[in-house]
Design a protein. Structure first.
Lengths: 247, 247
DNA sequence: TGTTGATTTATACAGTGTAAATTTATACTG
DNA sequence: CAGTATAAATTTACACTGTATAAATCAACA
């Protein structure tokens, strides 16, 4: 035996590589990420990177995981800023506003995880699923709380197909089989905010300029009006904790 | 003088190049488009392509223009399937349904024009604007018709900032200065359908599987209920979705 | 036949990824 | 404790694919 793997000639080289990768992505976008460029930036040679990431895709996967972690931190922090009963709607709006805020602050991270997939790159779900679940947990958890209070209004919203592969939500906190409405509304909400945010980030949202915030607030209001009942608007559903009732 | 430029050694080579490019894009995605691959496909050499397209971006621009033309054809055809007064809502729904239909039928074309921009590629607006205007004209024109009938319900929808660069809508048919509400609603509608469709196309819409159609129809309904007054309802009150429960 | 457009050949440069050679630091041995 | 074997870390060299340009070649017509 000789030389344990702990001792590296450059300390923290994997982290340095990822830092350089983010710098490069911020400058020129994700799909122009180049291992040789990273190596140049770090003063090493390109093949050295292959000791820590077997190929370019592995590096991308690691960056995606970091982006999800950052996104999840913001989502959970926004939710936890309004703790306590009676603040469920505040939590929902906070996660919604934090979604756009984080996306504007980190557009490349956003596009990396929610943008169009890079052709040729197949994200390894077994690795990314936990951090995806955590990041979406703030929204879904809050919707679930509103559901437990009987304040969800699904209307004609079609429910998810129970028999399909529901990998995305099977690991969510508080997840159980009776929360199809929660999932359905979560998906619908996500679709709406994603449409706005992705267009704004990529500069395809015309006319609103700096005031994309106003349109976004309008859409958050529309979402709340459409899907969330106010607590005093009691239509006969008894708010219950513990037991989940299907509408 | 000798040899007029009409006589090419391969007839229609620009069209053949674009056909091969679409084949390649359909197979492997837009960002892996390779001039050498096209040349291989056509049995010519790569530099020959540079006679017709000065660089890779010029070829991409041409493909984008074709995609907009195809998209516009579908939008206008869908609108014109419900001609005549009194069918404005049918026209709106038809363009909405055609939007998703076309996107599912031509996902790569959709991503090329509405997806995340390819880093390093700057779309030449002076060339693409007319075909963009034409393709969006079906939606905006129909919204404008509903506006002329007094059936638009803007609510708290923020209006576009008039003083910003409104290149996108300045060329639209029936465009005049008084149609800010038309533009605002068109943008809001586009954001919503784009969110759903782009997620569905890229396989990021979980759980709904083949039934993304149901969620899409639900969203079209929500759009119509929120923004369009029915002709006999001249009170300005929109029926709230949250007040009626499903049986 | 000369002119000129169309195409190919040759070349420069950048990128991914692999195999072999090399450096470097540790651990074992005499 | 010195010397050496060893394995990790890194570099060099290479094979391949890509974009793009310049020069050479080919083809058709006046």
């Amino acid at each position: 035996m000789a030389r344990p793997p702990k001792e590296r000639q450059f300390a923290n080289l994997p982290e340095l590589i990822k830092d350089a990768a983010w710098r490069q992505i911020t400058q020129s976008g994700a799909s122009s990420l180049s291992l040789r460029g990273i190596a140049r930036d770090l003063g090493i040679t390109a093949p050295a990177i292959y000791n820590y990431f077997p190929d370019r895709d592995a590096l991308v996967t690691s960056l995606i995981a970091d982006a999800y972690a950052s996104f999840g931190d913001c989502q959970l922090a926004a939710r936890d800023a309004f703790a306590g009963q009676g603040k469920e709607l505040d939590r929902l709006r906070a996660t919604g506003l934090a979604y756009r805020r984080w996306a504007l602050d980190h557009p490349h991270r956003y596009l990396l995880i929610f943008g169009n997939p890079v052709p040729g790159y197949e994200p390894p779900m077994e690795e990314l699923l936990p951090v995806m679940m955590r990041s979406l947990g703030a929204l879904v958890g809050t919707i679930a709380e509103l559901h437990a209070l009987g304040r969800l209004e699904t209307g004609r919203l079609p429910l998810p197909l129970i028999d399909t592969d529901h990998r995305f939500f099977s690991l969510l906190e508080n997840a159980d089989e009776g929360m199809l409405a929660v999932y359905a509304i979560s998906i619908a909400v996500w679709c709406r905010v994603h449409g706005l945010v992705s267009l704004e980030i990529t500069g395809q949202l015309p006319l609103f300029g700096e005031d994309g915030a106003a349109l976004y607030r309008f859409e958050l209001d529309a979402i709340c009006r459409q899907f969330i009942r106010s607590p005093e608007d009691d239509t006969g559903v008894i708010p219950r904790t513990g037991t989940v009732r299907e509408p």
